[in-house]
Each structure stands twice: as structure tokens, then as C-alpha cells.
Design a protein around this ligand. Sequence first.
Ligand SMILES: Nc1ncnc2c1ncn2[C@@H]1O[C@H](COP(=O)(O)OP(=O)(O)OP(=O)(O)O)[C@@H](O)[C@H]1O
Ligand SMILES: [Mg+2]
Length: 298
Amino acid sequence: MSHMTQSPLQQLTGRPIIQAEEATPMTSEVTAPRREIGSEINSVFELSDVSVFYGSYQAVRQVDMSVGRKEITALIGPSGCGKSTILRCFNRMNDLVPGARVTGKITYHNEDLYADYVDPIEVRRRIGMVFQKPNPFPKSIYDNVAYGPRVNGTKKGLDDIVEQALGGAALWDEVKDKLAESALALSGGQQQRLCIARTIAVEPEVILMDEPCSALDPIATAKIEDLMHDLARDFTIVIVTHNMQQAARVSDRTGFFTADVDAEGVRHGRLVEFDKTTKIFSNPSDKRTEDYITGRFG
Ligand SMILES: Nc1ncnc2c1ncn2[C@@H]1O[C@H](COP(=O)(O)OP(=O)(O)OP(=O)(O)O)[C@@H](O)[C@H]1O
Ligand SMILES: [Mg+2]
């Protein structure tokens, strides 16, 4: 990448960044807002040879990757390359898609996530999901956040749980005086933070986010990004994003997906490269990754 005067990460974040390989101690100015992580992954999930089919169509093939505990992992790549499909594998959401089938192995804390004895509902309680479009229930702000704990049988201490979850989602101050009002009256950015509060109220271990900021303005996006950094102290986060600045700013590791066209002209998604975000954005190993992050493709 010697032909580049500025690394893509530098272009994307507007910050000087040292090459991942030069392990000089990073100052907070250089790394902020991202953190430095080790190359070793303390993994929560491990995917090996994972393919996902919709009927006979193999949408994504042979994915091998890990998700580090209390890290933020970003999945990037052009439309249709299977990012959402892979994200849904992490909490067995594809079980709910008619005709979807997952092959290969996915472990969660070294346990086979797809074993017969694993209860997918319990999986989804521990591995929560936030969607692209904020989807609050047509209920009060309070009832949205209390929903999950109530389903789990919690009756006492709900007020505290609601306050904590709203605080964790950086929304408490904005809504504390109108908890009984409809969630639908909140702005889009507030609704998305409410959905994050609803997700963290059941104390999941992992939060999956599928383009959580794509419907939000830059200010609301910045709030959600700050929030992700705070959440990563307690939670493991996997985020799909089309916004490369966002992937570069918030994530610790990044997986770049693309779609290959086979001999019959059928497109299949695949994971091209998975590495520390600093490496992906400063010195990617694969030409396709470089072309994508520099805007020459996709
Ligand atoms: N429910 C479904 N039934 C059939 N095919 C599907 C289904 N969901 C996704 N696909 C197909 O699987 C492939 C991967 O889709 P997916 O939604 O995972 O891509 P993506 O990378 O998330 O794209 P985008 O960036 O546009 O959201 C696409 O070809 C898509 O048409
Ligand atoms: Mg998608």
C-alpha cells in the first residue's frame, strides 16, 4: 500500500494512525476513539466452515471467524454479500426464516450453538438484536424497556431495571419525565436508543446490530457510536454497517465480505478477510479488501 499517501483509516477517521504492524505505544490521541486490542482473541463465538442456504441457494459459503469477548466486531461489504445472513446465525434468528439452513459449526463459549438440546429462545435472550429500523412496541417508553424483564418473570425492581437500561442507552435524561408516554412519539434516534435499552434490560451477553444507524442523522449516529464504546465494557457487540467510517471508528476487528460469481452466474457471499480493524483499514492482506475500503469497488 506504499502508493497511498494516507492510509484509508486515516482518510476515514481524519486521524493520524500508525500502521498496525508498528507496535509503538499508542497515545490516546492516536487511538481514540478506538481501543487497542491484542491479536489473540478471547473468543465468545467461533465459526468454522459456516454456510447458509435459503432453499437450495447458498447465500454465504465457508465462513471462518471468531468474535472476541467484550470487543466490537464489524461486518462490512457490498449489498447482498451475506452480512445480515451471518449476523442472524449468531442468535439463531435464521431458524425463523422459512427455508433457511445453516451448515458448518458455530460455537458459543465452546458449546455447539445449533445442538439439539440448545433452546433458541434462551439463545436469543442471551444474544440480543437491534435492527436497522427502530422498532419500538406501540406501548409506553417504560413498558418497552420493562417488556423483556416481565416476559422473564421479573416483578420486583422493575423501576430500577428500566432506569438502569435507559441510562445505559444514554436516553434516561431525555425521557425520565415522560416514561408513561408512547415510545412512538420519540425521535428516530431516541427510538433506536430505546430499542438498545430494551435489548440491554434483559442483560444479554452479546448485542447484534444490523445497520443500527442507517436511519439516523449524524448527531444521533454519533450518540449511538459513543454508546457502543460504553456498552463494549460490559457486552460483546457485532455490528453490520455500510458506513466504513463507522466500522473504522468503532470496531476492534472487522470482517470484509464480498460476493463471488460461480460458473453458473450465481452469487455467493464469502468472508474475504477478518482481522484487527487497524490492519484491515491500514494494510489489508487482500486486494479486494483494499479496493473496497478505498472506494474502488462496491
Ligand atoms: N429470507 C431470504 N430468502 C431468500 N434469500 C435471501 C433471504 N434473505 C437474504 N437472502 C439472499 O441472501 C443473500 C445475502 O443477503 P443478506 O441480506 O445477508 O445480504 P447483506 O450483505 O446483509 O446485504 P445488505 O447490505 O443489502 O443488507 C442475498 O442474495 C439475498 O437475496
Ligand atoms: Mg443486510
